[in-house]
Design a binder for this molecule. Structure first.
Ligand code: ASP
Ligand code: MG
Length: 456
């Protein structure tokens, strides 16, 4: 939601849904606001008081203008008072960080959840001005999570209990809860967030614990496409895909869905619709347990640039390669990093894995700690990190029914003179992941998209 106008059209979507059946809405912050909040905290940590003040003023103006545009008195003043209070809370945290000179993760989570609290107030007030009985809910009071600040996971049983107590009665009396996306709290009430872009995940958590009949995710794209249309002009909208396909696509870089969104829905088979809020006439993509036409083989190609290939290479045959792998994976888990691809060779026992660059510092720190002795005594070669790589993934159920597919894919990539660095194929054969040099990634995506005839 980038402007008052966009808030009004989001409100219209909520109102239409609510007029047909009991509805909960989960909102993101206004666009760029989460980045602005984070930037404010960076200024604070760096001791830059002027920078903090300038950002606070910007945040205030942005929301005040929307409030003025959307609402008339007396609702305008009432809502502005609520916004002021939320922004004052944020300012208090920012000033605390300014004094301390550091950003404790839990204060950051409390602070950056403010964006959603502000947008929820605005849209709920606007709906009330149109006689819809909407009210803002801080997801802190609904979504219970573990204490992994910045990337928390929901505790579904506890969340279900809270949602049944707080949301269910409101829904039953015809009210429309507008819930903040992105945030939650631990059992003992400490504020957490679910990771950047986490509002989709919030929505699927709420859908799951309320046993929703459907989840609709509204964004600024038509749905899930066979490739990124900026790279592949003839990319095609996929009308229907499975949960597993959508999850693989999200994990491998497709931006329309937060990667963790689908997990809470799978067990209950709650269908999802991904729709474009800028063009309601477009059908969007339905995400379902099984597609009507059955498994269709390759469906889409994704790519990811900000990745790092980390290689571990034993220098001595004395080391047990399997143990090295096991300990590395433990280090990755301790660093809370996600392995995007993994590949190994049995003879020299060296292996490499691909992670997000943002997770690299923590991963290296943990690996160096775990292998401190081996590295110091030269049993392991120094850990090698290659940043000049990108990941390409071909996703689709039933690819195993297409013999020769992998060969065709590799041939198509090598025709473009792009060098393949590593390959990983999950045993589910739902995804073939290929690591290539960064400057070849776009060519490779186009070549694979064409070879698999995925386009319109
Ligand atoms: N506002 C949060 C973010 O920018 C969550 C979201 O938009 O989904 O990451
Ligand atoms: Mg989002």
């Amino acid at each position: 939601m980038g402007s008052a106008e966009r808030i009004a059209s989001a409100a219209q979507i909520c109102q239409d849904a609510h007029s047909q059946r009991p509805t909960c809405a989960i909102v993101s912050a206004m666009s760029k606001v989460t980045d602005m909040l984070l930037e404010t905290l960076r200024h604070a940590e760096g001791g830059d008081e002027q920078g903090v003040d300038a950002m606070l003023a910007k945040l205030d103006t942005r929301h005040r203008e929307c409030c003025n545009e959307l609402l008339d008195e007396p609702l305008r003043s009432e809502t502005q008072a609520a916004l002021d209070e939320i922004l004052a809370e944020f300012a208090r945290i920012a000033r605390g960080i300014l004094m301390l000179g550091e950003r404790p993760p839990r204060s950051v989570d409390e602070a950056i959840a403010v964006g959603e609290r502000l947008s929820a107030q605005l849209i709920a007030a606007y709906l009330r001005s149109r006689s819809v009985d909407a009210f803002a809910v801080n997801a802190r009071d609904v979504i219970v999570t573990d204490a992994v600040f910045g990337n928390a996971s929901p505790l579904l049983e506890q969340t279900r209990e809270k949602a049944q107590n707080t949301l269910r009665p409101a829904l039953e009396s015809g009210r429309l809860p507008i819930i903040t996306g992105f945030n939650g709290a631990t059992i003992d009430g400490r504020p957490t967030t679910l990771g950047r872009g986490g509002s989709d995940f919030s929505a699927s958590i709420v859908a799951s614990v309320l046993d929703a009949s459907e989840l609709w995710i509204w964004s600024d794209v038509d749905g899930i496409l066979s490739a990124d249309p900026r790279l592949v002009p003839n990319a095609k909208l996929l009308e229907e895909i499975t949960y597993r396909e959508a999850a693989e696509l999200a994990y491998n870089g497709a931006k329309v869905l937060h990667p963790r969104t689908l997990a809470p829905l799978m067990e209950k088979e709650i269908p999802v619709r991904s729709k474009n809020s800028f063009d309601l006439s477009k059908p969007g993509t339905r995400i379902v347990p099984v597609t009507r036409d059955g498994p269709l083989g390759p469906r889409a190609v994704t790519s990811m640039n900000n990745v790092a290939l980390v290689s571990l290479d034993p220098a001595s045959a004395v080391l047990n390669g399997t143990k090295i792998m096991a300990r590395s994976l433990e280090a990755l888990a301790a660093a809370n990093a996600e392995v995007l691809a993994l590949s190994s060779s049995s003879y020299r026992q060296n292996f490499c894995f691909l992670i997000r660059q943002s997770e690299l510092p923590a991963v290296i720190e943990h690996l160096e700690e775990v292998f401190a002795l081996e590295l110091a005594h030269g049993y392991l070669h120094p850990i090698d990190v290659d940043l000049d790589v990108g990941l390409l993934a071909i996703v689709g159920e039933g690819m195993n029914g297409h013999p020769g597919l992998a060969g065709r894919i590799f041939t198509a990539i090598s025709r473009e003179m792009v060098n393949i660095i590593a390959i990983a194929q999950g045993s589910s054969e739902l995804t073939i992941a290929i690591v290539v040099r960064k400057d070849g990634i776009e060519k490779a995506v186009r070549a694979v998209h064409q070879e698999c005839e995925l386009g319109a």
